[in-house]
Write a protein of this length. Sequence first.
Length: 334
Amino acid sequence: MKRTAAYLSFSAEQVLPLIREAATTWELPVTEVAGTLRVTLEYGEIRVASEGAGTSVRVASEDAGNLQMLRDLLTGQLSAHGLNPVWEGGSAGRQPANQSIARVADIERLSPSYRRVTIEGQDLARFADGGLHFRLLFGPDGMGWPETDENGVTQWPGGASAWHRPVYTTREIVCDGEAARLSFDVFLHAGGRVTEWTEQVSPGDEVALMGPGGGTGQKTAEWQALVGDETALPVIARMLASAPQTMQGEAVIVVPDEGDIQGLAHPEGVTLRWALRSNGESPLKALAALELPQRERHVFFAAEKTEAQSARAALIERGLAKHEFLAATYWVQG
């Protein structure tokens, strides 16, 4: 287990409420024993406790990239309130441990609404495990890629707000040691920054990505439903491909038209249905049409923010407990 620690010259009474609030916002379990607060994440843990007149903050993870992410996350959370942690082992000018540099290998038009981008890099193998998603990095013109400061925290040239960091799903990955060839699919839509990038990028162009993250998507429920819009097609495809063959349930994917339908591997006990926007279909209509069994179950829903909010309310109204579903926001209507 990799670990790092920071010391804050502020009392635990000043620090602990901020960590509790953050954990509540992130919907993470919190325990407090003998003056030590512990926040458990899927990929690591945070521990906060009094230390002399100040407070110690310790983070741990099996993975160096997740450790970097936790350090950056906590630094941002605490610094926003004037609490600046000083981390052990910080070093300036390094590539953040959760960042990789790669080059575009291929761009392929899959269907009227999707384009597949394939990249290659010497340290991409970690994207095969630890999470389905990653962030593409688009910074200000002429700026370099992010690097760490003397505190070991990621610094964004031009400021973090100047960077576009959209989330994508690793669709396919082939590893050769630490190197790998990774593919991801882009839903094409007018005005989309990544859509425009896929029209201009060429093989050999350099790209940067951070991750992986977002969990593995694997649930243990015997019956599962997966419902998503166009942007969720890649993640539902990954979830179906990795699902146990004993899984039962339904998967519904909304796409613009018939030309966007793909052949997807899935367990025999899962019914896969494609819903067409051109026929007036929508993720919420598909969700409402689900027949939910009264046994162990889990529903995954992914779409636009307001649709995800409506899905949460609808599933609770239908009697599902919070642990029985995930309604995720994959994009926000402008």
